[in-house]
Ligand binder design. Sequence first.
Ligand code: FEO
Ligand code: CA
Ligand code: CA
Length: 645
Amino acid sequence: MTDQCSQTEGEKIVTKFKEQEQSFDEFDEAINPPPEVTEFDHVVDEALSRRGFLGGVMAFGAGSFVLGTSVFGAGEAAAQNSRLGFKQVAANTLDDITLPDGYSSHVVIRWGDPMFSGVAEFDHATRGNGESQAGAYGDNIDGMALFELGDASVLVNNNEYTNRKIIWGNRPEGKSETDDDVLKGMMAHGVSVIEIAKGDNGWALVKDSKYNRRITPQTEMEITGPAAGHALMQTEADPAGKLTKGTWNNCGNGRTPWGTYLACEENFNGYFSSSNPDIERTDAQKRYGVNVEDWGYGWAQIDDRFDIAKHPNESNRAGWVVEIDPSDPTSTPKKRTALGRFKHENAEVVVNGDGRIVVYMGDDERGEFLYRFISDGVYAEGADNSDLLAEGTLYAAKFHPDGTGQWLALTPETTGMASAAEVVINARTAGSKVGATTMDRPEWVAANPKKAEIYCALTNNKNRAIKPNAGGDPTPAMGPNPRAENHYGQIVRWWPSGGNHTSDSFTWDLFALAGNPTVHQDAYGGSVNINEGNMFNSPDGLFFDTKGLLWIQTDGNYSNEEDFAGHGNNQMLVGDPATGEIKRFLVGPKECEVTGAAMSSDGKTLFVGIQHPGERGDSHWPEGGDSVPRSAVIAVTRDDGGQLG
Ligand code: FEO
Ligand code: CA
Ligand code: CA
């Protein structure tokens, strides 16, 4: 065992994370502290003063921040005309799924379930091995999409990461002991493509379906777009810089109208390490948090491309959106570099009125940016649309405090960077150079199918008005990020000018400020559509159903104490964009995150991802007893067979 007393501060931080006492973000932040900015306090004071916030956030209620007018209508009138046709469930801390009366759920597939004959069933004692995991469903389900291909229902899921203490819980220390342990962890990452079918017991896996496929950190992928072939993308294994291996830490997702799935690479940095602890990291490695220590996965132990001392460019080949064709299990996934390299949450795809493809994307890190991609080409039904994401222009958002905003193009001309390739590889730097707005961790973006209106969950940001981002950009509490030390999060929405998603201007407001009105009477109590009955923190997953209702999933503090008293476990809610009304629909089991969802085209089944139940050791969901907790997809249906929502 490591003696923590003899450790340096840096070593203590790493130990704390490896013991899983810290989240991804807390660790990343601690190991990569933002630079000192001497002018920063001054900038914040000025912003607060200008907005009449000098009395601190207590003065917030009288401030001029932009809250949606519809949000103020959320009350008796909204409830009487509610489009949310279910009785809200109460917050709770049960180790189970809670749904409104008249709704039921069942498990469709769990981490470790074999997808093919000949692969061993999940073993609760060993939790599998490298070989079994490669043929089994991955861990920690996140983004998902359902593709209805003829008679086949094909569900595609990201398997974002693995809970090390659980997957290696067969070892006394809860850490990997052998190379095969490391391989088992690696194979639990990536994407799982499965055919599912509805039988007497509900939805279940079709084992050995021709569609079934595991995409892992070892699957060959093509690099497309402006970064393909650039010197920063070239490695010893791939001198041309056009072929790479694998995808990992796939968080949210997207889907295209031409039938492909977009897997978004988020905390890709935490898997790289250096065999030389004295290596001098580049500014880009620092901005993206690529470090000499990994986050406890140990991948460099079995594959030296994860060793930045030996292969410094490998980390440039991660942090992208990956396009996958679920209809062809032999197809080569494509990394779409035109969409930029950052810690991608999801990729919300919209077909603009003129046929161009617009993709909205968040970079989930404190003080990072919101992005938009516009394709050069246009979509046409029945045409070959397969490379529309290869070429186009990337933008970052600038929000003005008066409720207007602009998209700022990221090009060599606007940024002073040397090439289009460098702009996309170091998109964060490009966003800093044009002065994009530092956001409170942009998570999922969702576009309303009924109108040109887009929502983004800004999950939380304890550093708001406290520290700059990793590039030194200030983070004043203003605009869509109005609360200092924001630990509740908010949902911003915007309307492109003229209903045109390619317009460079927009207007915006806040759909909801999460909070706790039972604890706080100021801005931390939340917006008026947040009340004791529906309160939550850290909105994360967002998606719209075909009726234009906004589903909200949370990944927050589930302590149910103090500032979070009454919030209970992580949950899923539904909001009505027209009235601002929000109701709680589902509560997840202990220590889980609710993330990823897909609706069947008949609107009668909602698939929902339950990620990391028992991440701190206090859950046996879904099997109960003494079983190992397992991330799983559930299917939610109405008992009367009707549509959800
Ligand atoms: Fe994987 Fe930003 O959550
Ligand atoms: Ca997320
Ligand atoms: Ca999150």
